[in-house]
Ligand binder design. Structure first.
Ligand code: PMP
Length: 372
């Protein structure tokens, strides 16, 4: 079985698994308790924030641990909302955890604006500028799109935001970029940045929100005041420690180069009439969408599943399969219907991806033949 749905999730790495058992079984104390063993756990959490900040390349700011990126995105967006005449600006191709929240905010009467997407899949930087003003409270734009792999120029966006919406907080959903693209948060000038552990061989149900200035956020849940009062509830210590260990175990640059080679080898092999590769100038090598003409993407996924596991646009909203993203890039509906998403991992070998490409071509040809 060749697993090519690594943007949906990845298996837990051994280092993280060991760390998780250690903190769950031997050092299980509640970090809010006052006896020495609990204080040691609390200290470990404090250090974990600094270790994570080091991987982020963040000089300042804080880390709020969450149950994943869906919660981190909700905390960033809703936690930034204020009463009154504020405006909130979103890219139009965000993950459901931002996009559906934006829709909910519209229903609640908030002033929401969506920024156009360019044909190359990146946010339309000129349109962004037009949407900004003094009233804008939040701008939210993802780093790497989870359907197309398209990379937005985050440093460029933050410059535009600072100039044209000086009162806005800038939030980035960095789920598909963190531990994959080499970057330093300190060079990007963002206020809020979400990550999810299970995308980089950490456990599911753990994530974090980088927050530049804690005072600018409001909590979504109230309780014992953990996580600087922004996310009450006993911390998932084992999950958090395993997430940080998983992040530390990744060699980002080495993996990037390996995955780039894997992707190029795959692309050479997949070349076939009827298969359109969604390519862009600025694209993560980890994610690739293929449009299979004349067939249904879901049928392709099921035909392949005994040999190659591939995804549809977005596992979290598989029924919609990220259609809005491909639509924004100008692809025709009949092609979008046949979309499958390939996502790589550095643990794969070149022979794995070449074999997978051959199987995809063969199954596609079989399906086209059947439908004749
Ligand atoms: N944002 C993006 C870009 C994602 O790809 C995902 C995961 N599909 C999420 C947010 C949600 O992450 P989580 O599974 O941790 O809630």
């Amino acid at each position: 079985m060749i697993y090519l749905d690594n943007a949906a999730t990845t298996p837990l790495c051994e280092e993280a698994a060991k760390e998780q058992v250690f903190w769950a079984c031997s050092n299980f104390y509640n970090p809010s308790a006052t006896y020495i063993e609990a204080v040691k756990v609390s200290q470990a959490l404090k250090e974990a924030r600094e270790r994570l900040k080091a991987i982020f390349g963040a000089k300042e700011g804080d880390i709020i641990f969450t149950s994943g990126a869906t919660e981190a995105n909700n905390l960033a967006v809703r936690g930034s909302c204020r009463e009154g005449k504020a405006e909130y600006v979103f890219s139009s191709v965000e993950h459901a955890s931002v996009n559906n929240l934006a829709t909910q905010l519209i229903n609640e009467g908030k002033e929401i604006k969506f920024v156009k997407t360019q044909k190359n899949g990146e946010i339309d930087y000129e349109d962004l500028q037009k949407q900004l003003n003094e009233k804008v409270r939040l701008v939210s734009c993802m780093f790497v799109n989870n359907v197309t792999g398209v990379i937005n120029d985050i440093a460029k966006i933050s410059k535009i935001v600072r100039q044209y919406a000086p009162k806005a907080l800038f939030h980035v959903d960095g789920v598909q970029a963190f531990c994959k693209l080499p970057f330093k948060l300190s060079a990007l000038d963002v206020d809020l940045f979400s990550i999810s552990a299970h995308k980089f061989h950490g456990p599911k149900g753990v994530g974090a929100l980088f927050v530049n200035n804690l005072a600018k956020l409001k909590p979504l849940v109230y309780g014992g005041g953990q996580e600087a009062g922004l996310r009450s509830g006993t911390e998932n210590v084992a999950g958090i420690m395993a997430m940080v260990k998983a992040a530390e175990s990744v060699d980002i640059t080495k993996n990037y180069e390996k995955v780039l080679k894997l992707r190029n080898a795959f692309l050479k092999e997949i070349n076939m009439e009827g298969l359109t590769i969604v390519k862009a100038e600025n694209q993560s090598p980890y994610i690739l969408t293929i449009l299979c003409k004349g067939v249904n993407g879901e049928t392709m996924v099921r035909m392949l599943e005994n040999e190659v596991i591939v995804g549809r646009g977005s596992a979290c909203s598989a029924k919609k399969a990220g259609n809005h993203v491909l639509e924004a890039m100008g692809y025709r509906q009949d092609l979008i219907k046949g979309a499958i998403r390939i996502s790589f991992d550095a643990s794969l070998s070149e022979s794995d991806v070449l074999k997978a490409a051959k199987i995809i071509k063969q199954k596609y040809a079989e399906l086209v033949e059947k439908l004749k």
